[in-house]
Unconditional design. Sequence first.
Lengths: 624, 181
Amino acid sequence: MCFKNLPIAFDDEGNAYLKEGLKDPYEHKVVDLGEEQEVLKGLLERNGFIRNIDYDPVTRVAGALAFHSVVDLEKKKVLSTNSMATLFRGYEVILKGRDPRDAAYISSRACGVCGGVHATTAALAIEMALDIKPPPLGIVMRNILLAIEYLYDHPLHLFLLAGPDYSEELVRETNPELIDKAAETKAKNKDVHGYDTVLDIMKDLNPLKGKLYLEALSMTRVAREAYVLIGGKYPHPQSVVPGGLSVTVTASVLNEVYSRLIKFFDYSQKVTGIWDDVFDFFLESNPEYAKCGIRPATMMDTGVWDRPDHYDASFANCDKWGEARWSTPGVLVDGEVVTTKLTELNAGIEEFVEHSYYEKWDGHRFKEDANGMPLSPNHPWNKETIPKPGKQSWKDRYSWDTAPTWDRMPMEAGAYTRMYMTAKAQKAPASKFLENTGTSMKIKVPKHFLPEKTLEWKIPEHWNAFERNRARAYCIPYSAMVAMENWLLAMDLIKNGETKVSVPYEIPKKGTHIGFGAWGAGRGFLTHHLIVENGVIENYQIITPSTLNAAPRTPWGEMGPYEEAVLNTPILEKFDKPEDYKGIDILRAIRSFDPCMPCTTHIMAKDSDHMVTREVTTCACGVE
Amino acid sequence: MVSNNVLIGTVGYHLLRNHSVGPILLPQLNAKAWNEQVSIEEMNWGPIAIVQYFQTLEIPFDRVIFLVALERQERKIGDISVYQWLGKLPDEQQIQACVGDAATGVISVENLLVIGEFFKIWPKEVFLVDVEPGPEQAGEHLTDEVKDKIPEILRILEELTLDGEVLMETEKLQGDTLFEE
């Protein structure tokens, strides 16, 4: 019984049904946020140490994120938080009424990093809706393409976006007491990265000049080169289509990919060694750092990387092909696996707009899925995107992001969830390179210039900013080894003459066809829910990792993941006067999620279909 | 007469009418009979990738010209300004912001100029041919005001590819004041 809060129960044969006797089964409480704001207002007026701290924009994140917090600088405590997505994009609105074949190309533009992921997710949604099964080589090459995309994205996050938070320059400014200690602390993984002390590493994390920063930039090139061999271009691949890929794959192409992929073998060892050293140093220097960005490991992931012998795109079999993925789909509540079934994961999703700049939609068209599993009126297949710009108010509406929940719980998403879920569930099929122990994931990295090594990522005791970033580092070998395993499969397929990469299909001109695509980006999973009606897209809904992570409060007042993580973050920064306070701890907490706001919020067509207007409220001054 | 190795690059989002003057004119630029030492390229593929591309060039460019459309005050739609990039950098935080935007897919000639300057890829002569687009609009085509200026845009680009000192009047642009409001 995976649902505790939604009115869905299961009979003895495991068939889901809507609990009987409930007047309004999907009713939910709506809490007035005004009371909390009144209390804060009083505190702000009475206590000079309590300040509004606004980050607008939060820098070193992709896109427009603003963050409001109320901080007691005397007690070094965060009192209140609000996460604001400040842009509306409206891909859902743009896609309405179009040919489904446009979805992969248009939705790809939702992000400047993970365009390929959106394209793939759109292709999967169409495959499910229209019953299209790609050939094995198409599936395998799609896996390689997207694993390579992560090899671009993970170093980018670790060294360009979040990494500078742990650099010598920044730490010297915010926690100078750690500098001498870092100079004395020997790096444990010198054999793989070559740095003698933690301070040596931190110096090379310095933005713009540090060798690790510059090396990450050069590694993004290696990944891009491999990517375009399959995708044609980056970040918006031209070859991702429903039914496979529109590219000719030969042994020569695969060899070109391989020559780039192997560069990530040694780099994997280096990056995990570096971040283990840096994060162990922080956590050992001050155990309070374990509370930075802490929240329960309540997360979800749809899994990614399909097995060519399992994936048939159908909804009917999605639990089977989902569990066969190289990363296992599922939901974790406080670190425990609640489900690994894509149908349950799908049925538990709802989106709420009570604190967002959208109007509530009417209707409940799809009351259940194809298996009879009840669906809420707030489920993406039932949701409509109706933008309603308005005044920003902490009491009422303050974000262009919605509040997605699973079984009425705010959920976190991240590439790390992919690893956490897979390691914990132990359902992923046997692999040449990966072993899931229930408490860890062992990743066998073949030799390149460095000798072969088995890296082990262990499920941490506390889920915090440091562990999110550490897990992200381990996602580099994880992704590289999945790419390698698929590369071997692709070589076998070509050797056996199975060179077909796509299947033809037609868009039915009549009838209703629904599907969802579920795949992963560098920063977590995303879903595209699609309804095709009489040959055109009738409804399209996108949920991305940052939609979940940057969510505002639920209607019943629960905080979104950024909000909760920041609220739990102690202020460990050293400063003499409130004016000197930089807020590094809060920024570390937020950046550990790798916010990507371009995907989160869904350029708004105002008054006409043609005028693109940016409705941006980026200043929190004067907000209620 | 042309003896320099010159690159004309277009920078700008697609499908934003006048704001997309570079991408829209790219086919025309490619079709035009330039001297063989003039290369035409779309330069929307990310400042970091462009830095890496310049770093691997066996024969560096002597002059780089960008065709862009940036909204500026006190210009009429279709007005053309020619800027010469003088280099200089904003503060490190701003450079970092440019790198962050670049790495996450933002298309911006300002980011490109700053990042290129930071990584020292620019030749001595970098010019911007900047057409006033007016307010941002969605669409595939230029408005008549900009369409009427196409011959002049092409004439300016051609003049900038000529050998020797650039004699046309240019305004100056530099990184340390680029992001001032």
